[in-house]
Design a binder for this molecule. Structure first.
Ligand SMILES: [Zn+2]
Length: 396
């Protein structure tokens, strides 16, 4: 989820936009421009589209404000936040660790919907001041909503839309489907009651999956023309709901799996899981000899490269693949390896949960384990997977 283009940095947090967000930007602008043309046919095309796009940008700013609220509280709780990414379903703060206590999780989470709620109320209040209220007072009881909207000027129209959208954002995020904010609030309460994060995550994840299936089924019903209470009807809405449900479903399952894995690996030193005494090669070894002496007849596919006694780098089969076969006898591993200064290494007493995070973040299959500059082992993804499968088998 780290892809997207960078638009800036706020308080050390990278702000990224995923390409899928552009689709939403266009959809919102398009919908609003049409909406404005119905309410205010007297506005010119330029004004309608300009307002619609400005509103879409302000919508983006309010989603960002929601995520920044999460991030700032996380940072105040001592949890680093690397980035915020905005994508088609909203925003995600890349909070680096699970919160240490239910209280901390509750605070980090609740502040997001609260921010959306406050923005929503504030903007609607402003809209009322800008003429909405006066019109209602003038018209007396039974004023029609479309009349109110028709009476609003360009600026107030945007604020009215943005205010309502922020209220919807607050409510939608409070749906108790983990990992939505509401689900996280639910988890923090369950966690507080049982004192068991893993069990609380499991329960919250089940609720999340149940809600996601309700969304998917409602969406499919809407595709077939049914009117669903609270959610509406129509092809586009139905399709949208199926998408959101499907996304929420996989997110709930994944977040639970991540917590289980972390829970199992936490406190296990890398030294316990790593491959001890992995085969090492000299940097002058030719690729040809690497293949015939080390690769064939073993299941290793990454080899620490030594320069004398010192670790000089790591060579993998992927590096070998970049060299055409006819050059295998003249090129040696020192020329194709990832050199030590570009290599992530880990200490034998490091936590395996952190090691897995490193493997995932750097998208590598192994980390050389180094103690005081000396290679002591190689931690491979498959070593971790093996350990996890043994642990979970004994548990069930
Ligand atoms: Zn949130």
């Amino acid at each position: 989820m780290q892809k997207g283009f960078r638009i800036g940095k706020i308080a050390g947090i990278q702000i990224l936009i995923d390409w899928s967000w552009l689709l939403i930007f266009l959809l919102i602008s398009w919908n609003l421009a049409i909406f404005f043309s119905q309410i205010h046919p007297e506005w010119g095309t330029g004004l309608r589209w300009g307002l619609a796009m400005l509103a879409a940008i302000l919508f983006f700013a309010s989603v960002l404000a929601h995520e920044l609220a999460h991030s700032f509280v996380a940072i105040s709780q001592g949890i680093p936040v690397r980035s915020i990414i905005l994508f088609m379903f909203g925003g995600v703060s890349n909070i680096q660790r699970e919160p240490a206590s239910p209280r901390s999780e509750f605070l980090i989470t609740i502040v997001g919907p609260l921010t959306s709620l406050l923005i929503g109320i504030g903007l609607l209040f402003l809209t009322a001041l800008l003429g909405g209220i006066q019109y209602v007072v003038d018209q007396g009881p039974g004023t029609e909503m479309s009349g109110v909207l028709r009476n609003l000027g360009p600026l107030a129209s945007i604020l009215a839309w943005l205010g309502s959208v922020n209220l919807i954002l607050a409510v939608f995020n409070l749906v108790p489907g983990f990992p939505l904010d509401g689900g996280r609030v639910l988890r923090s309460i369950l966690w507080w009651i049982s004192g068991n994060l893993r069990r609380a995550t499991h329960q919250a994840s089940l609720v999340g999956q149940a809600i996601s299936w309700i969304l998917i089924v409602s969406g499919v019903a809407m595709l077939f023309g049914f009117q669903v209470p609270l959610l509406g009807s129509g092809l586009i809405n139905g399709l949208w709901l199926v998408f959101i449900g499907w996304f929420l479903n996989s997110a709930s399952i994944q977040s639970y799996r991540r917590v289980v894995i972390r829970d199992i690996l936490e406190g296990i030193p890398v030294a316990k899981l790593m491959r001890r005494n992995p085969p090492v090669v000299d940097k002058h070894l030719s690729i040809e000899n690497l293949i015939s002496e080390y690769v064939l007849g073993s299941d290793d596919h990454a080899f620490p490269v030594l320069d004398g006694e010192r670790l000089a780098g790591l060579v993998t089969l992927e590096d070998v693949r970049k060299i055409t076969r006819d050059r295998w006898s003249i090129v040696n591993v020192g020329e194709i390896m990832t050199p030590i200064d570009q290599l992530v290494v880990i200490k034998p007493d490091a936590d395996s949960a952190d090691a897995l995070e490193q493997l995932t973040q750097r998208d590598v299959r192994q980390l050389p384990v180094v103690s005081n500059g000396v290679l002591v082992g190689l931690l491979r993804r498959k070593d971790i997977i093996k350990f996890l499968s043994i642990e979970t088998e004994f548990e069930e």
